[in-house]
Design a protein around this ligand. Structure first.
Ligand code: NAI
Length: 339
């Protein structure tokens, strides 16, 4: 059988963590919404990840072609396409990680919250299937509005008695990727070496870039421009695509990075893997979910870091984010419990 360890020996430096995966090398990752704009490039990047032994591609639209195409790539993951409700249990069964980029994307003039009416129902259905078929899986939610879809997943899992708050993540990685890129461009720095925390939630004012932790200094106008660009960077893509959707390729990159971090921590048992991610958290009183730097471990969330020191300016961003975030979270909770 294929073993990720063998490939890691080829792709990673000798200090890789081979002993940890020698005994249990079966790592199934399921992508729900795999035929979509994010789903396809995300599936490609996951197929290139040598830690994954099985890649299950599910969609309500045809996914067999995507699966057949990817299956010709000579990396370990065995790729299988699944379509429709009947095949969802098989797609999920045995999954180590489920990544969810299912649902409709924004069109020009729409906010992420405008997607709620359609995507809430889609995510609720998927969460129900996860509760029944892969209750122990790590769940990475990409579908927007993340501020509400993460609570939806959590509430559904709670209803089925299988909720583990350490295992449910809202993927906000694209905000961090954007922050690193934009600051790198502005300051002439290598953006790959930057690690700028972006905390809070994942829409508009709930996105709080902590530029004061970037190691760079900014004029007031640079800071204003950067913060706005990070908060509304998705709008640049929506506008440029002119009705054909929102960020897909950069999101696939960000989603694959997040998935890899979860796998490095949980499969390789690598220490010190950190990502900002929207999780059940106590860091802000009155908010059930919040994104700060999270250390990942074998069981998912290992340690939630507190809010970093904020400048006066960032404190104002925080104050603006909290009420909006509270409403978004409540909307998700109510959708499951009151509908
Ligand atoms: P898309 O429309 O290209 O693809 C969505 C896919 O989901 C389609 O293939 C569709 O058939 C599938 N789908 C719909 N209902 C489904 C169901 N019940 N089960 C399985 N699959 C289902 O959309 P795109 O561009 O891939 O975006 C997907 C989602 O990701 C949107 O909600 C978008 O807002 C969100 N997104 C999130 C980002 C983030 O940073 N977290 C960034 C960019 C987009």
């Amino acid at each position: 059988a294929y073993c990720a360890a063998a490939f890691l020996a080829i792709f990673l430096p000798p200090f890789c963590f081979l002993p940890f995966c020698m005994s249990s090398c079966q790592v199934k990752v399921t992508v729900i919404g795999a035929a979509g704009g994010i789903g396809q490039p995300l599936a490609l990047l996951l197929k290139a990840n040598p830690l994954i032994t099985e890649l299950a591609l599910y969609d309500v639209a045809p996914s067999a072609g995507v699966a057949a195409d990817l299956s010709h790539i000579n990396t370990p993951a065995k790729v299988t396409g699944y379509r429709g409700d009947d095949q969802l249990p098989a797609a999920l069964s045995g999954a180590h990680l489920v990544v969810i980029p299912a649902g409709v994307p924004r069109k020009p003039g729409m906010t992420r919250d405008d997607l709620f009416n359609i995507n809430a129902g889609i995510v609720k259905g998927i969460a129900t299937a996860i509760a029944k078929n892969s209750p122990k899986a790590f769940v990475a939610v990409i579908s927007n509005p993340v501020n509400s879809t993460v609570p939806i997943v959590a509430e559904v899992l709670k209803q089925h008695g299988v909720y583990d708050p350490k295992r449910v993540f809202g993927v906000t990685t694209l905000d961090i990727v954007r922050a690193n890129t934009f600051v790198g461009e502005l300051k002439g720095a290598d953006s790959q070496t930057l690690s700028i925390p972006v905390i809070g939630g994942h829409s508009g004012v709930t996105i709080i870039p902590v530029l004061s932790a970037s190691g760079h200094t900014f004029s007031d106008s640079e800071r204003e421009t950067l913060v706005h660009r990070i908060q509304y960077g998705g709008d640049e893509v929506v506008k440029a695509k002119d009705g054909a959707g929102s960020a897909t390729l950069s999101m696939a990159f960000a989603g694959a990075r997040f998935a890899n971090s979860v796998l490095e921590a949980s499969v390789l048992k690598k220490a010190g893997v950190k990502e900002c991610t929207f999780v059940k958290s106590d860091v802000v009183e009155g908010l059930e979910y919040f994104s700060t730097v999270v250390e990942l471990g074998a069981e998912g969330v290992a340690k939630i870091h507190p809010i970093p020191n904020l400048s006066e300016y960032e404190r104002k961003l925080f104050d603006a984010a909290v009420p909006e975030l509270k409403g978004n979270i409540q909307k998700g909770v109510d959708f499951v419990n009151k509908s």
